[in-house]
Ligand binder design. Structure first.
Ligand SMILES: Cc1ncc(COP(=O)(O)O)c(C=O)c1O
Length: 435
């Protein structure tokens, strides 16, 4: 049995703690944390009366708008190459179901790829990411890993890349992506390039898509959940390289979701056409994500953690080897969890889960252990997302979006200071103003 996805389960646990009055700094969930742009809300509201089912692949106006979106990113696209779904997550699952072979994943990588492979009875071939990067396998390790997998009787068929990456927050460089694509082509792999964070690359234009290098074997996925912060609206699109794959995907979609919500598709067509209000909203969001995640990066580095440099989105993936064996004081462990539903640590920190538990129970900081992303369970790495720090109310979130120095807003600065204090205590760098 598959248990609930670690990201969703931890989010619900932290929400329940907060609802019961326990103040937790929530860095565990990859929701974009922004309000809805009023122009996009108006586009959705205007389409509320559209209650008919629609074409499985998506409304013609949405497919045309998505084609234009990809065109503007250097990926010439015909509307017939686009299929829309209720989020990119189900699209990824459907794609993995129609693309033959086992699934090759960077280690670590986003929680759902491996879970979806397992739902489909496929094996995962894990390949470590390059030191200090993420979202792609280390090109030096990819060929040997594929050969070893074949020797074990596996049939590697699909490679999934995340550009920019979740969980590491890194963006792989062009040279690495070219090398990985070359190896993928040599080995006959199809590539799924998950580009849901593309428009949140910290340097605009810095994403090289595999679809520019090996277009005939690359599927690109994206959606509305990150740059326009509409995760709960559930809308994703993908760009397919050939008509056979498009037809196969539409076949699966037709039996599972029929079509994405029609009013949401109308709003998505508006978003993907990128009129000025949408471009301004996305630019403001990018500025906010970049400023706060960079401030968090400096905070964890100053506190003695290792961490890949952020290249896009709102994630960091710190390594805290110095925390190994850390037990906290008996008093802390005895009282932190009592009556709060927080639980309490049983022994010294020896795994990613222990570390995440200690951060939650002792410091009231919610993060996800690296092992949730397929990483070595004994490695003391965790993923943090800074996107839920922007505020608990829309008023705070708009203030953050409009701020020229959001990391200094009191509710964000305080959360970062708490993070710095916790990390510094665990690395032995002591307290003090780390920011
Ligand atoms: C790398 C990655 N891919 C896909 C998704 C799924 O997004 P959607 O809301 O489009 O299903 C997420 C969401 O967290 C993600 O981080």
């Amino acid at each position: 049995m598959l248990t609930q996805s670690a990201t969703l389960a931890t989010n619900e646990r932290i929400q329940a703690l907060r609802a019961s009055g326990v103040p937790v700094t929530h860095l565990a969930f990859g929701e974009a944390g922004l309000p809805v742009a009023p122009e996009i809300a108006a586009a959705l509201a205007a389409a509320a009366g559209r209650n008919s089912y629609g074409p499985t692949a998506g409304l013609p106006e949405l497919r045309a708008a998505a084609a234009g979106y990809f065109d503007r990113r250097g990926l010439p696209t015909a509307p017939g190459q686009v299929v829309a779904g209720p989020g990119s997550k189900p699209l990824l699952h459907a794609l993995l179901s129609v693309l033959p072979g086992d699934v090759v994943l960077p280690r670590p990588s986003w929680v759902s790829y491996a879970a979806q492979a397992s739902l489909l009875g496929k094996e995962v071939v894990w390949v470590p990411v390059p030191e200090g990067s993420g979202g792609v396998p280390d090109p030096a390790l990819l060929g040997p890993a594929l050969a070893a997998a074949r020797a074990r009787g596996l049939r590697p068929g699909v490679l999934v890349l995340t550009l920019p990456d979740n969980p590491t927050g890194a963006l792989a460089g062009a040279g690495t992506i070219r090398a990985v694509c070359e190896i993928a082509a040599e080995h006959g792999l199809m590539v799924i390039s998950d580009e849901i964070y593309r428009d949140l690359a910290h340097e605009p234009g810095s994403v090289l898509s595999p679809a520019e290098i090996i277009p005939e074997r690359t599927v690109v996925t994206t959606g509305l959940s990150k740059a326009t912060a509409l995760g709960g609206w559930r809308l994703g699109v993908c760009r397919l390289p050939n008509a056979g794959l498009t037809a196969a995907l539409i076949g699966v979609a037709s039996e599972i979701w029929s079509n994405p919500s029609t009013p949401v598709q109308v709003a998505a067509a508006y978003v993907l056409a990128e009129p000025e209000p949408v471009r301004a909203f996305v630019a403001a969001g990018l500025g906010l994500h970049r400023a706060v995640v960079r401030a968090a990066y400096e905070t964890v580095l100053a506190a003695g953690a290792g961490c890949p440099a952020p290249g896009g989105g709102f994630y960091l993936y710190p390594a805290l080897e110095a925390a190994r064996g850390h037990a906290g004081s008996a008093g802390d462990r005895g009282t932190a969890g009592r009556g709060t539903g927080l639980g309490g640590g049983q022994g010294g920190v020896d795994s990613a889960v222990d570390l995440a538990e200690l951060l939650l129970t002792r410091y009231r900081i919610g993060v996800l252990p690296g092992s949730a992303f397929g990483d070595d369970p004994r490695g003391l790495r965790f993923r943090l997302a800074t996107s839920l720090l922007y505020g608990d109310t829309d008023e705070q979130r708009w203030t953050a979006l409009r701020s020229t120095d959001p990391a200094r807003l009191p509710w964000i600065a305080e959360a970062l200071a708490r993070l710095g204090t916790a990390v510094a205590e665990l690395t032995g760098k002591g307290h003090g103003d780390l920011r």
